[in-house]
Write a protein that binds this ligand. Structure first.
Ligand code: GLU
Length: 301
């Protein structure tokens, strides 16, 4: 994916819910290689919007780990917890367009009914919606489609597959989708490389970009990591704290999962391996699954 203009601006946006693990580190390395092989910028954003999910000390731990792997971010680190006024402005923009409504339906009831919000509160009068209320956005009639760099054409009809979704939570916190699109816009992000677990969220984010008149970045949702037999890595393997493993071996492991095999002569040097990775990176070669070899897997299970 070579781009000339506008300049490539990528990012990595971990949640500080613990140390970086194999899956998140793989995303960090892939998004970094993609940005740097396009002579682009690579920003770091800490998604620390949700206090109960934050593990004390993990923000600093993530920064230290990235430094240890020589993954140098451009510019200042952005912390979502410090950006509420920006989110409020764009929330207001949605409210002003008459695209939102308050909702006090309990989550367990929606989940019990299949998880797709049926629009119950849309017809309620203001007096029926006693606070505390979440704010939902009315979903579009048309399907949202986009071409993902790794996953191909993706299409989602939000009203029937998700329902009107929350952009501000009942507890007063801004929802991930709104915060994410506002930050991607304000940071001028042109390319997003992230885990496949977020693929299903992307149509909602594209819809918000359309409402807020933001441009839509290019998306690349990385394939799922499997072992050579084609099995998904165990939760335990995926959750291994990267800091407990030798840095150069871990980078070599991640590069091999990304289809890159740096020569043995540079495998004891993290900066040389990274530079080699930049020179040889091609997101087009990512198949539908990233494979991990048996010998490298033994560290992780
Ligand atoms: N903070 C999210 C996570 O760690 C990723 C957000 C994004 O890349 O859009 O899963």
């Amino acid at each position: 994916m070579q781009t000339n203009s506008p300049r490539y601006v990528g990012r990595f946006a971990p949640s500080p819910s613990g140390p970086l693990h194999l899956g998140s580190m793989l995303t960090a390395v892939a998004s970094y290689l993609e940005a740097k092989s396009n002579r682009g910028l690579w920003h770091l954003r800490i998604d620390d919007l949700d206090p109960p999910r934050i593990v004390t000390g993990s923000c600093q731990q993530i920064l230290n780990t990235l430094e240890k792997f020589h993954l140098a971010w451009d510019g200042d680190v952005v912390y979502q917890s410090q950006r509420n006024s920006g989110y409020q402005d764009y929330l207001q923009h949605c409210i002003d367009q008459n695209l939102t409504y308050p909702c006090n339906c309990p989550r367990h009831k929606i989940m019990a009914a299949g998880g797709i919000y049926p629009g119950t509160c849309l017809t309620h009068s203001p007096s029926q919606n006693a606070p505390p209320c979440a704010i939902r956005i009315k979903s579009p009639d048309n399907a949202i489609k986009f071409e993902d760099e790794c996953q191909g054409m993706i299409e989602q009809h939000i009203p029937t597959e998700v329902g009107d979704f929350i952009i501000k939570r009942k507890d007063g916190l801004f929802a991930y989708h709104l915060a994410c699109v506002v930050d991607d816009h304000l940071q001028g992000i042109t390319h997003i490389v992230r885990g496949r677990d977020l693929l299903d969220s992307t149509p909602r984010q594209i819809y918000l970009q359309q409402i807020l008149n933001f441009s839509t970045p290019s998306y690349c949702h990385l394939p799922i990591v499997v072992n050579q037999e084609g099995f998904k890595l165990s939760k335990q393997a995926q959750a291994t704290n990267i800091d407990l493993l030798p840095t150069n071996e871990t980078l070599s492991f991640i590069l091999s999962a990304l289809g890159l095999a740096p020569p043995p002569s540079i495998q004891d040097s993290v900066p040389l391996m990274l530079q080699w990775g930049i020179d040889h990176w091609s997101s087009h070669e990512l198949t539908d699954k990233l494979t991990i070899t048996e010998s490298s897997l033994q560290h992780y299970v």
